[in-house]
Design a protein around this ligand. Structure first.
Ligand code: SAH
Length: 213
């Protein structure tokens, strides 16, 4: 669990890369500069931790590309102390970035193995979200409403349950589409019944699947 000067140097370079690609929010750049991504990688890929790429993390899933993590986080516009629901804990990296922003994170993962692994790691290095093993399509009605909802897997459509768990004035960031790629959509809840959708470019995520394993 070591974080060396070399790692810090590599992170500084990664922050520069992400900045050049268009991320402006200073809080997010600082978070990327702080979270030791190498601890979230599978052992076979550790040496590539500070490349701006996605990598396998087991159970057929991936740790998202740092630029994509930063882009989704920027779209989320999360403010300190807000309640954020993350669908797809995966490696826990995105979760750590959110926690660095001072928000309260509720994170759900459908693979038991990944849920256990990321829970152990995050707790060990001092990150404290609320962890849930289950199907993100259902959200967490007991803890709703949320200020923000972030989906980190490609959803075939905007999940209705999750729209209903948004606060009025809240926003959800969700990649929508099939295996060929997804459009990044921001859903804003304007009132009880009104939602506004905006599109923000194309991405490639692993699919959001129903049920749990
Ligand atoms: N946020 C993660 C990204 C992991 S990839 C990270 O930073 O590493 C997407 C994750 O979503 C995978 O771990 C996958 O298992 C999970 N996932 C897919 N469908 C889901 C669902 N219905 N509920 C919860 N998690 C889901």
């Amino acid at each position: 669990m070591t974080d060396t000067y070399r790692h810090k140097g590599l992170r500084r370079k990664l922050v520069e890369t992400i900045k050049e690609k268009g991320i402006k929010d200073q809080r997010i750049l600082e978070a990327i500069g702080k979270v030791p991504r190498h601890l979230f990688m599978d052992s076979g890929f550790v040496e590539f931790a500070y490349r701006d790429q996605a990598f396998p993390i087991g159970s057929g899933q991936t740790i998202s590309q740092p630029y994509t993590v930063a882009f989704q986080t920027e779209l989320l516009q999360a403010q300190k102390h807000e309640k954020v629901l993350e669908i797809g804990t995966g490696s826990g990296y995105q979760c750590a970035i959110l926690l660095e922003l001072g928000v309260k994170v509720y994170t759900i993962e459908r693979y038991r193995e990944l849920y256990l692994k990321s829970r152990t790691l995050l707790n060990k290095i001092g990150y404290k979200p609320y962890f849930f093993y289950g199907d993100g399509y259902l959200g967490l009605p007991r803890f709703a409403p949320f200020d923000k909802i972030l989906i980190t897997a490609g959803a075939p459509e905007i999940p209705q349950n999750l729209k209903e768990q948004l606060k009025i004035g809240g926003r959800m960031v969700v990649p929508v589409g099939g295996s060929g790629g997804q459009v990044m959509i921001v859903v804003e809840r304007i009132s009880e019944k009104e939602f506004k959708e905006t599109k923000h470019g194309y991405f490639a995520f692993v699919p959001m699947l129903k049920g749990k394993e």
